[in-house]
Design a protein around this ligand. Structure first.
Ligand code: SAM
Length: 352
């Protein structure tokens, strides 16, 4: 099917994600000195409500930690790791890693998004000395400004719903190419929900077969799930499945949803929620032949996995009086991670 024309609302979800990160960074939840370069007029952007900042914090530190563990385990095996971020949008993780203690453990970092978004990102990178200096030289902007490559980082334009044998083919040759023998981590942060399940399965399978003979492959998926309860149904009818974190949680009650969902109206997303419950999340991976998979909701992570000192620190940043509402929202978001190809010593990653 042709998807032309109707994708603008999907691409624009990245603006919300970037604004949420900018807000969380500016208020001190997260350390991210790079996000401001990807947000036009960053210093004039208003902050987000505490609920959104906390959600952004929990999601980001958890994925950061899974990434860090992956790099460390790869390095223990004597290998540097490769990261592929699908639907990366304005994400800054490459720059944060490259300026952090894990820099030496990282081999290459590849980001994929729609050409309109990769073009915007390539322009922001070229415009900012802070960003481009970290990439090193040479920095090559190609394909009419929609692709960028540098010694370790590549920005690659593709519609991830299309046949990966065609749309991702040149990833395997473009510099730096996707190396089939490195321990590789796929990050799908709030992106698979914009595709039909068959399309995302096909995508994950393409990566599995690419690494099957020599590689090790781990995958992290972050998204909304469990739209089966009544609060959820309201979200489905008004927001359409999988609208972004920010739009969803800016609604205080189901009554407010229609008003706050104005941005979401045109988003056309898969009709049925393929993952109605928390228990069903790992099955996406297991059904595709992954050997292990685990899922945790942001609610559980905040309660049981975030360091108490960190919780204490962030609780002082802003007043939050809707703690029940926070739980209600955070329990609809989950991080699922799994190993499809592994080596004996990297298996512990799935235990996190
Ligand atoms: N991963 C980033 C983050 O978490 O901040 C951005 C998330 S944003 C909600 C979703 C991103 O996925 C957008 O940049 C959008 O363009 C991208 N995306 C969605 N469907 C896509 C597709 N079929 N092909 C390529 N990119 C897609």
């Amino acid at each position: 099917p042709s998807h032309q024309g109707g994708d603008a609302p999907i691409r624009l979800t990245d603006n919300d994600a970037a604004l949420a990160k900018l807000s969380a960074a500016r208020l001190g939840y997260l350390s991210d000195p790079f996000i401001k370069h990807f947000v036009p007029r960053a210093s004039f952007q208003p902050s987000r409500p505490p609920l959104i900042n906390i959600g952004t914090f929990v999601r980001t530190v958890t994925i950061d930690d899974l990434v860090e563990q992956w790099i460390k385990l790869s390095n223990k095996e004597g290998k540097r790791c490769q990261i592929v971020s699908l639907g990366a949008g304005s994400d800054t993780r490459f720059w944060r890693l490259a300026t952090g203690p894990q820099n030496d453990g990282l081999s290459t970092y590849i980001e994929v998004d729609f050409p309109e978004n990769t073009m915007k990102k390539a322009m922001a990178i070229k415009k900012s000395k802070d960003l481009s200096v970290i990439l090193g030289s040479p920095i090559d902007v190609k394909l009419g400004g929609t692709a960028l490559s540098s010694p370790r980082y590549q920005l690659f334009p593709a519609d991830l719903r299309q046949d990966p044998n065609i749309s991702l083919k040149s990833l395997t040759t473009a510099p730096p190419p996707l190396n089939p023998s490195l321990p590789t981590l796929l990050i799908c942060e709030c992106v698979l929900v914009y595709m039909q399940p068959e399309e995302s399965n096909c995508l994950l399978q393409w990566f599995q077969s690419y690494f099957a003979s020599t590689g090790v492959l781990g995958t992290i998926v972050y998204e909304m799930f469990g739209l089966g309860d009544s609060f959820g149904r309201v979200m489905v009818s008004n927001l359409k499945v999988g609208e972004t974190f920010e739009v969803l949680i800016s609604a205080r009650s189901p009554d407010e949803l229609p008003r706050s969902s104005s941005k979401a109206r045109n988003v056309s997303l898969p009709g049925a929620d393929p993952f109605p419950s928390y228990q069903s999340l790992p099955s996406r991976f297991l059904n595709l032949g992954y050997t292990t998979a685990r899922a945790l909701t942001l609610k559980e992570i905040r309660r049981s996995y975030v360091e108490p000192e960190e919780l204490d620190r962030i609780s002082k940043l802003e007043m939050l009086d809707e703690i029940e509402e926070l739980d209600l929202v955070l329990e609809h978001y989950a991080i699922t991670w799994g190993l499809s190809l592994t080596s004996s010593s990297m298996g512990t990653w799935s235990e996190w």
